[in-house]
Design a protein around this ligand. Structure first.
Ligand code: GCW
Length: 666
């Protein structure tokens, strides 16, 4: 039985005898002239994979074996213009398969690309693939705490066994690195952005170094999140003011210490003046002052500062939507060269659907990195099945119009629009100590999709799903198509029963249960009411010029799409408009009818998902099938819970009966 541990790197024996025979003849040796930990990792991966898929032990050799066919790993000259530093070229020449890259990491990525072909049983005879990543820093952000918990983690506890480290090095760290390298991820921030200063102690730096020692061979750099007030709490200084020379000296010394312990350390991630975390504003300084101080300390080592733009004030009268733009756009051009500002995809907080953050396209002089959330904080944790590639794509493909039509968010993030010198994309990890890594086996597809899109944002959600399903679940064509279709529809179904038509944040404390009626909280901007604004007249947040005017943060072309309630696409309607219950929508139904229709069809569609899943039962691993089936059963119950909670609550305001044919919940 498949316990999910091997993720998409299963390398099960190939069933098709013809293909198996063909592959065996094409992979009789692995030739590598150089030697490095990374090349060994590549060759080692090929050996594991070929043993699994073909049942043969393929030898590594220094030179191609004459009269035989094999795989040749080769370094291209740095002058090669066709590919980037981490790119690869796979080709067939005189009967051999060449995997070439300008760096060992490029060869490693090419190796995984070849294996991806084989895992999908695609022919290698005329193989010709050339690929380079479009974004430089492709990272996971772990929100892992020193005591082993994970903020918003739903797959067990932290992968990092801080207590055992640095002496005890779990072999799982290597498998983690393999999985990441296989999708091109080249950086990992190992601790929570709500950071404990403890990670900056020598004790912890040595533990982190032990992880970095494992990750290095797989092309992965290690990063840390830092607590901005560490000079005070750890250093015993009176202040953490970024303009104070003693504070600067403290960070300089700390960074020097980090690099003495982890020579290829990647850099620092910072959450500052956000949700109660300390930051430069505590001393009347700006985000740029804070970031630049750290940038200065990191510059001699070519390290980067990744400064988050996730900020908003506890002000019941402000529109949280506008906060990041207001705080950050005045600082454009004020950041040091090795600073990246990391922006969440949407203006609020990883909701099931958000418009793109208006920061994208509005900071041409500051490298903006993308932050997606892979872990399903607002998407039903590890229970609900939501394939996230459509969420990522929807944002990346959005047009900011910053430099005219076609100025997509992807082009901002990959640097091509504003010629950013550094580019970055991060996903908040959904991994944990569960045997299968992600709790819900289907959630591994989200980790996979994030990595694939970080490498190449032009890939389609569908093709990524196809690859993943073939590699992970089943090679049987019909079942695989069925699962891909189910995955592609899953996000819209979730939105329908959870937050249709542009609703957001109807949550109680843990962000799981429906509580749209919630109007009191520890912060005035953390109530459900703050976000949906439902009243007896209607529902939705007026962000037009007669409301908060958040829409003015977008270019006129974008604003025009959304500012008119008559023409605003329905998925974004309540993001921007307070709409009356009786309002006739573009599809002829009233808002009330349409909302009810979404809640009911959304919940019903989970039944459809269950049926589809049942239909593939005989073509995949029974244990994994049962695991997902059980989660879907719970999802089905909870979709009804969501539907009924919303409908009954909204009905208390709209005072309208349910439209036919829907049955009134009790
Ligand atoms: O989504 C919210 C989460 C917090 C998180 C914060 C952030 C790490 O509820 O748990 O803190 O965002 O992104 O900083």
């Amino acid at each position: 039985a498949d316990d999910g541990y091997r993720l998409w790197l299963k390398y099960d024996e190939i069933k098709d005898a013809v293909i198996k025979k063909q592959y065996t003849g094409q992979t009789r040796f692995i030739a590598l002239s150089g030697s490095s930990k990374t090349l060994e990792a590549a060759a080692g991966e090929l050996q594991i994979a070929l043993k699994g898929m073909l049942g043969v032990n393929v030898p590594t050799v220094k030179k191609p074996v004459a009269g035989s066919s094999g795989i040749i790993l080769e370094i291209l000259p740095a002058s090669n213009q066709r590919i980037g530093d981490e790119g690869y070229v796979i080709s067939r020449q005189s009967g051999n398969i060449h995997i070439a890259g300008k760096t060992d990491a490029g060869i490693l990525y090419g190796t995984f690309a070849l294996l991806r072909q084989m895992q999908q049983n695609l022919p290698l005879t005329h193989i010709s693939i050339e690929s380079s990543p479009k974004i430089q820093l492709r990272m996971l952000n772990h929100w892992d705490n020193p005591e082993g918990t994970i903020e918003r983690g739903y797959a067990g506890s932290s992968l990092w066994k801080w207590y055992d480290l640095p002496e005890g090095v779990d072999p799982r760290y290597r498998d983690y690195a393999r999985a990441n390298a296989s999708i091109g991820i080249n950086g990992t921030v190992v601790n929570n952005v709500n950071a404990s200063a403890r990670f900056l102690t020598a004790e912890y730096l040595h533990k982190v170094a032990a992880l970095a020692n494992v990750f290095r061979a797989y092309g992965i750099k290690t990063y840390l999140s830092v607590y901005f007030a560490a000079p005070k709490t750890l250093g015993g200084l009176k202040t953490s003011d970024p303009l104070d020379p003693q504070v600067q000296a403290w960070w300089n010394a700390k960074v020097k210490e980090i690099y003495s312990i982890i020579p290829d350390f990647g850099g620092l991630l910072v959450k500052a003046n956000s949700e109660g975390e300390p930051g430069p504003q505590d001393y009347g300084r700006t985000h740029a002052d804070g970031a630049n101080m750290l940038a200065e300390a990191l510059r001699p080592y070519k390290g980067v500062v990744i400064w988050r733009a996730f900020v908003y004030k506890a002000d019941p009268n402000a529109d949280r939507f506008k906060a990041a733009y207001e705080e950050f756009t005045p600082l454009d051009g004020k950041f040091e060269k090795n600073v990246i500002v990391q922006v969440k995809n949407g203006p609020i907080d990883f909701q099931p659907r958000e418009p793109f953050s208006p920061l994208f396209g509005n900071m041409p002089k500051t490298p903006l990195g993308m932050e997606f959330q892979i872990t399903q904080e607002y998407l039903g944790f590890a229970t609900h099945l939501v394939y996230e590639a459509p969420i990522f794509k929807e944002c990346l493909d959005s047009d900011t119009y910053a430099n005219g039509k076609g100025s997509t968010v992807a082009k901002v993030v990959d640097g091509s629009l504003h010629q950013y010198p550094i580019t970055a994309i991060a996903g908040v990890a959904n991994t944990g100590s569960n045997r299968n890594w992600t709790g819900n086996p289907m959630a591994a597809a989200n980790w996979y999709a994030f990595g694939r899109l970080a490498w190449d944002h032009t890939l389609s959600a569908q093709n990524i799903a196809k690859e993943w399903v073939k590699m992970t679940l089943t090679s049987e064509e019909q079942s695989s198509n069925r699962i891909v279709n189910l995955m592609l529809k899953s996000r819209e179904i979730y939105v329908d029963y959870n937050t249709p038509l542009g609703l957001s944040r109807p949550w109680s404390g843990v962000h799981y249960a429906p509580e749209p009626w919630q109007n009191r909280s520890s912060r005035p901007d953390w109530t459900a009411l703050y976000y949906h604004r439902a009243d007896s007249a209607g529902i939705g947040f007026n962000r037009t010029i007669t409301g908060s005017d958040a829409l003015s943060q977008y270019r006129p072309e974008v604003r025009k799409q959304w500012e008119n309630p008559e023409t605003c696409p329905l998925p974004y309607l309540l993001w921007f408009h307070h709409v009356s219950w009786d309002k006739k929508l573009s599809n002829g139904k009233s808002l009330w009818q349409e909302l009810c229709t979404r809640f009911y069809t959304g919940a019903d569609s989970v039944k459809w998902m269950q049926n589809e899943w049942s239909a593939v039962k005989n073509n995949m691993d029974p244990e994994m099938h049962a695991d997902v089936a059980a989660r879907l059963e719970k999802q089905q119950r909870e979709a009804i819970w969501w539907r009924d909670a919303w409908v009954l609550y909204l009905q208390s305001l709209s005072k309208q009966p349910l439209p036919a044919p829907f049955k009134q919940p009790e």
